[in-house]
Design a protein around this ligand. Structure first.
Ligand code: 2P0
Length: 328
């Protein structure tokens, strides 16, 4: 294992239709409720890892440049989990790159920790099952658990105190439904409040937080039924209300958390206008301003054209379902 050539893995970003926004355990990234997501191509992180006894400390390269101190620290902490599990002590060389902009509100931490979990465990001589790998990726970033499986994915809330039953699983293969997402890039600036801090503030100060968590549990059950029935209308309506409810809970935190800009709000109205015109598009949005519209492939050109003409949208990225994290 030591001094071997690098082990390379890739994983895709994901977009939640039933959102994760609240933790029952912060260090273990255990969610207050389950969530449901789409694993998305072409948004990919590719990560190469090698353990090397000659290394005094970990060497971490992001997009061909030495990683920032904060990125390196978070990566090193994750590598320590892998080293502990594998009984490995040596330093580690990590080269990771994203084929999409880190600041685009597309959760590069999700694809990043999923790819790192797979590459690092294999490089350390471990062969984890997919649920074990998903639970491990979760330790890096909660949403990374959902970038391990492909297609349409459910991340289970779980009950165990150690988090062993809080992992994500595919409920539909990526080839089985032609769902698309058109992401409108409204701003490439770094977000004002990070997801973890926003969740903590919302959980501790928003009067709507308990209602939000109850809504997640109800919507997760309904969304799973909609996937089984391939009922896009039902799934889209659930996705739009889950996003709006999450933002409502965050807006009611103290001080209020406003991820939206005017362009985001225009995106909500655009989805509704499109539906009146017979183009079935549903709005969603995460911990940033980018409006994202979910549709079926037959409507993707109409949705992309409409989003590109919206004031404040700089450009769009069109995504479709992707497969699971894999070795390259
Ligand atoms: C989601 N988000 O379900 C939600 C919606 C953002 C808003 O998962 O603290 O980066 O590392 O577990 O995974 C972003 O949260 O947070 C996220 P941590 P993460 O996609």
């Amino acid at each position: 294992m030591m001094n071997d050539p690098m082990t390379t893995a890739k994983a895709h970003a994901n977009l939640a239709l039933v959102k994760y926004f609240g933790k029952r355990d912060v260090p273990l990234n255990l969610p207050a409720a389950g969530s449901l997501s789409l694993t998305l191509a072409p948004l990919t992180t590719t990560t190469a890892v090698a353990f090397d006894e000659a290394l005094k400390e970990d060497e971490i390269v992001l997009n061909d440049a030495p990683a920032s101190a904060a990125f390196a620290k978070r990566t090193r902490r994750f590598l320590d989990l892998v080293r502990d599990r594998a009984g490995v002590r040596s330093g580690c060389r990590v080269r990771t790159s994203n084929n999409f902009p880190t600041a685009a509100g597309l959760a590069s931490s999700a694809s990043g920790f999923a790819a790192l979990a797979l590459a690092a465990t294999r490089a350390a001589g471990l062969a984890l099952t997919e649920p074990e790998l998903s639970a491990l990726a979760r330790r890096g970033s909660g949403s990374a658990s959902r970038s391990v499986p492909g297609g349409i994915v459910v991340w289970h809330e779980g009950r165990a105190a150690d988090g062993s039953d809080s992992f994500a699983q595919s409920i539909l293969d990526h080839s089985q439904w032609d769902i698309c997402v058109v992401v409108g890039i409204a701003s490439e600036e770094k977000k004002a409040v990070g997801s973890t801090a926003a969740m903590t503030r919302t959980a501790t100060t928003s009067p709507y937080y308990p209602a939000w968590i109850d809504a997640c549990r109800r919507d997760l059950a309904l969304a799973q039924d909609a996937v089984v029935d391939r009922n896009f209308t039902a799934l889209g309506e659930i996705a739009e209300r889950s996003a709006l409810s999450m933002h409502a809970a965050a807006l009611a935190a103290d001080p209020g958390i406003v991820f939206w800009t005017g362009t985001t709000v225009e995106g909500i109205h655009l989805a509704r206008t499109l539906r009146k015109r017979g183009v079935e598009a549903y709005f969603t949005c995460d911990a940033g301003p980018q409006p994202k519209l979910v549709c079926l492939s037959k409507d993707v050109d109409a949705v992309k054209n409409a989003l590109e003409t919206l004031g404040g949208v700089l450009r769009t990225i069109t995504c479709r379902l992707a497969g699971p994290a894999s070795l390259v």
